[in-house]
Structure formats: C-alpha cells, structure tokens
Design a protein. Structure first.
Length: 385
C-alpha cells in the first residue's frame, strides 16, 4: 500500500498507534500534506497551505468505548445516516464555546458556507470513532446540517458547548487521493458520488445500514423451537389456500391486539379486500396522554400463508393501497426475495415480516406455549372459518 492507504471504508477499523510508521489514522490523513490534523484533538482540519482555506474537517469521537452514558456523548446513527457530535469545550472552560479553536472552525464553516448554501466552498467532515484503545473506526463522510449551543453539567461545572448535527452521506468508501488532492490544491475532483450530487443539487443522499440488511432466505426462517412452532401453525391451521390465509389473518389479529401500542385491529371483508387483509392503528406515544393531538398512525396489512417466496409485485399491490400518512405491514409465513427487499427499502412505506418474525411475535404472547399454539386458540380459529 505504500506509505499510506488507498481509502477509508465505512465501518472498518484502522490502527491509531503511537508508532507513526503503523498509524493508519493521522498518518494516512496527513499523508503528503504540509501540516495536518492533531491526533489528540476531537476536531481537526486539513487546509490548503497556500490559500489557508479549510478543505476538510475531521471529527474524532471517543465515546464508543464509554461504559456509561453521559449527556455529552456523541450519537452516531448509521441506520438513519445522522450523527450528533459535541464540540470541543470541556469542564473548566469559560462560557464562550468559541474559545476552543475546533468550535470556532465549525461555526465559521457552518455560518459562512453550509447555512449560506455555498456548497462548493463547504468543507466536508470525515467522521471517526474510537471504540477500543489503539484503533479508530471510520464512520463516513458527512455534511453539517445544524449547529446549536447547549449546556450540560459535568460534575460541578456547567459546560457551554456546540452540538453539531451531521448528515452521513451514502458513500461506502473515501479515496485518500481525493482527500490529499483537495487539501493540497483546493481542486474538488474524484470525490464520492453522494458528495458530488450534494454539491451540484443540494440534495442529501444519506447513508443507511438498511442497504446492508437484505436478509437471506435462511435468515428469514425460524430455527429450533421456533421452527417447531412454525410447523405447528402450518399443520393445525390447515385447509384450502383460502382457508389457510384466513386462519393466519385471524391469528395475526390476535397477536396485534395483544400489543399495547396497537388498537382497532379489524379484518377486512373477504370479498373485495383489494390486497388489504387487516387494518388498525399504531400509537407512536403510548406513554403520553394528550387531549388534542392524535399520536396514532393507520396501518394496512396483507397476510400470505404460502410456502413460496414473496416478490416485489405482491408488495407493490399493498403499497398501492397505502395512503399518505399510513404505513403498510406485510406478513408471510415464508420469505422475501432479495429483489423484493431492495425494492421495498427504496420505494415502499412497508415493513416486512417473514415466517421467523411471525413465530417470534406469537411466542411472545399467551397464544402459544413453547413450540405449540394453545388448543383453545386453534379451536377458536378453525371453527370460525
């Protein structure tokens, strides 16, 4: 690889050793640059030595190794592609967070470029996290989406600090060549597509680990005792294709009704259900008691008691029935194809429940005892179809 690496990959650990020859953090970042980041600081910068312009900000979070939660912990949410990073004020500092140079750099960058929509002038943020001694994990390329002053207690001190909101861009890796070229010359060439797209259009494409959460067929099927419960549901709620479907709908109605945050679950009429088998409401704030604000969201659900896979066409049918402000729930005793999952993640407001998910839900109710449905439940469902 030479003296420094080719790229940083999101989610990968890199050596942050005291021996400079094996350091993959500040040695790689600084590379051929004159100057560079200070490895001991939470906020660093890479700047053009000729113009003095900041070309990158580097955020280093050490909260990943903390054994307890503090109010000033950084939050890095890879699922939603957002992060919340505290500035570099510490206990004992004065009331002005700008006394810390890192905070001053961030405020100037945000106010002069990001907030003014001067996207081609804005310095992207490289986000790293220390999760164990001697290593850092690269968390991604970010934009600054917000900046607020916050106060929190640290012992007897009140710390006045910046809380920096970040959008993590949808880029799996960042080339060191781009970092070094931009830092040396100010020429923004060779950056990731998500960064270039934001610079050109202002549209943010956030990172999401959901793109890496496409479940295999085997991962959607239950194992062990849950597999026995799955077989028991298949065996004892049997009949024609239509009857099996109606029986599973009735079982899922019971499951959903047993949940504290779900209410008004109803079966749709057998004739003309148009791809919707169950309807109901999900309360987003079950612990809150508000007199005027409605905290419930309507859902429409489709149920398939089949052995074959579920594809994108079946999901699109339910999606076409889900109105604005609603969500869809799709339940199958089998599994979803990879293409269906990818299409759903990018297009539909639907949550997918496989055979494994269904039996896990059933097992958490009093409808089943270990690997079997309760007899009274089976009798009630079979007699009603």
């Amino acid at each position: 690889m030479g003296t420094y690496g080719d790229q940083y990959i999101v989610g990968k650990e890199y050596r942050n050793s005291t021996a400079i020859e094996t350091n993959q953090y500040h040695k790689w970042l600084n590379g051929p640059l004159d100057g560079g980041i200070n490895p001991q600081r939470g906020i660093g910068k890479l700047e053009n030595q000729v113009s003095g312009e900041r070309e990158f900000l580097v955020f280093y979070s050490s909260d990943g190794q903390s054994k307890r939660h503090d109010p000033w912990d950084d939050i890095i949410n890879m699922e939603d592609g957002v992060a919340y990073f505290w500035g570099d004020s510490k206990a004992g500092d004065g009331p002005d967070p700008l006394e810390r140079s890192g905070n001053a750099w961030v405020k100037e960058e945000y106010c002069m470029n990001y907030a003014q929509n001067r996207r081609s002038e804005a310095a992207p943020v490289l986000l790293f996290q220390k999760e164990r001694p001697g290593y850092v994990t690269f968390r991604g390329l970010c934009l600054i989406s917000g900046l607020n002053i916050r106060r929190h207690k640290d012992g007897d001190d009140t710390v006045v600090n910046y809380r920096i909101s970040l959008d993590i861009l949808d880029a799996d890796s960042i080339d060191l060549e781009w970092i070094h070229r931009k830092s040396r010359t100010g020429i923004d060439s060779g950056g990731p597509e998500a960064w270039n797209h934001w610079v050109d259009t202002g549209t943010v494409h956030r990172y999401s680990v959901y793109k890496d959460r496409i479940r295999s067929e085997s991962a959607q099927k239950p194992e062990g005792r849950l597999s026995d419960l799955h077989s028991d549901i298949r065996l004892r709620l049997d009949g024609s294709n239509a009857e099996r479907g109606k029986k599973l709908e009735k079982l899922l109605k019971k499951v959903l009704n047993s949940m504290d945050n779900i209410s008004q679950v109803e079966l749709t009429p057998s004739s003309g259900d148009k791809g919707v088998d169950l309807t109901g409401k999900i309360d987003l704030m079950t612990e809150a008691h508000l007199t005027e604000l409605n905290t419930k969201i309507d859902f429409k659900a489709q149920v398939k008691n089949k052995s074959g896979s579920v594809g994108g066409r079946e999901l699109s049918r339910l999606a076409s029935r889900v109105d604005d402000g609603e969500i869809g729930l799709f339940f199958t005793m089998s599994y979803y194809t990879q293409n269906a999952q990818e299409e759903n993640i990018s297009t539909y407001p639907i949550r997918l429940f496989s055979g494994k998910d269904i039996v896990e839900l059933v097992a958490q109710t009093d409808l089943a005892s270990r690997e079997r449905l309760n007899d009274r439940v089976v009798e009630e469902i079979n007699s009603s179809v």
